[in-house]
Design a protein around this ligand. Structure first.
Ligand code: SF4
Length: 317
């Protein structure tokens, strides 16, 4: 039995939540038509070079529809795929979902929470899109509902962040996470492995940097180059700048990363899933993320290893 309460070789977020709430917390994606400061001119206009948010919304997610209707349509869609799901959280995924005045955010979040099937919110955003007031409000909601904030960090290296035109630094990520942790809000982060300019050693060294952050969950994605993005053009012109992962190599890398990861950080995702027709770079074919999880677990079993086996606690504080 591992410290996360079961025999799986890694600390699974969905298992932990199921244990805590007695059932799976099923995410239901909502799109309210937010933009992002890296696109609307607040920070920049070009956006992150890898970003193409448009292609990935579920069909029921139409920002022109009221939130209530999106939830209703989302429920009938999800219940077909997960007939046993009984508990749902509204997932504000596309773009930056705290990038609006607090009054507007309150309207949106409250509308979602008023739906009887919704018992919480998962809010994807950027580290430069939160402030004390917004987090205070979310902390108040968290007394009654499941509230999770997901910050797109993408990398711990400022050179990489600059290269992908991210428009914020790692310091800003650290500050936003500290502000969020001060309010005991459940905090997740998102990292991309395979960004141009990062070698495998540098990518792996990020585990120690993540371990020093007061976060509770993490999502990993392999870099996928999406068609019609600035990165796709960069890749076409200089493919040698990119060291994209083969599937088996990615599984090995993720296992090494997870061995170094703090055991209390729950893993929400090991890989991204973008339809192959939208991918410009290396494709893994139609492999679902569940299949990648199975491969990672099998590899950990074969190696007789587990999350945190090589974790070195930070004793400098
Ligand atoms: S990835 Fe997120 S932060 Fe970057 S441009 Fe797209 S929506 Fe904005």
């Amino acid at each position: 039995m591992y410290p996360w309460g079961n025999k799986r070789h890694f600390h699974s977020l969905s298992d932990s939540l199921r244990q805590q709430y007695g059932t799976r917390l099923q995410k239901l994606t909502i799109n309210v038509g937010f933009s992002c400061p890296n696109r609307d001119g607040t920070v920049a206009t070009g956006g992150c070079t890898f970003c193409n948010n448009e292609g990935f919304n579920p069909s029921y997610c139409d920002p022109s529809k009221p939130i209530y209707l999106q939830i209703e349509e989302g429920l009938s869609f999800i219940r077909k795929r997960y007939p046993r799901a009984t508990r749902f959280v509204a997932y504000f995924q596309a773009y930056s979902n705290t990038h609006a005045p607090l009054a507007r955010l309150k309207e949106i979040y409250d509308e979602a929470l008023q739906h009887p099937a919704i018992s919480g919110l998962v809010i994807g955003t950027r580290p430069d899109c939160v402030d004390e007031e917004k987090l205070d409000y979310l902390a108040r909601l968290a007394k009654q509902y499941f509230i999770k904030i997901e910050y797109g960090l993408e990398s711990c290296y400022d050179n990489s962040l600059k290269r992908i035109n991210r428009g914020h630094t790692f310091r800003e990520s650290q500050d936003a996470i500290a502000m969020t942790a001060k309010r005991k809000l459940f905090t997740g982060i998102h990292l991309i492995f395979g960004l141009p300019g990062e070698n495998r050693t540098q990518m792996l060294a990020q585990a120690d940097m993540i371990n020093r952050l007061p976060v509770q969950a993490v999502k990993f994605h392999q870099l996928q180059i999406v068609k019609d993005t600035p990165m796709a053009l960069e890749y076409e012109q200089n493919p040698g700048d990119f060291a994209l992962f083969e599937l088996d190599e990615y599984v090995d890398f993720v296992v090494s990363f997870v061995e170094r990861l703090r055991p209390d950080i729950a893993i929400d995702r090991f890989s991204g899933e973008i339809p192959p027709r939208l991918i410009a770079g290396k494709r893994w074919g139609m492999i679902r993320s569940e299949a990648v999880v199975r491969k990672v677990e099998e590899k950990m079993k074969v190696l007789d290893t587990h999350q945190g086996r090589l974790y070195i606690p930070d004793t400098s504080k």
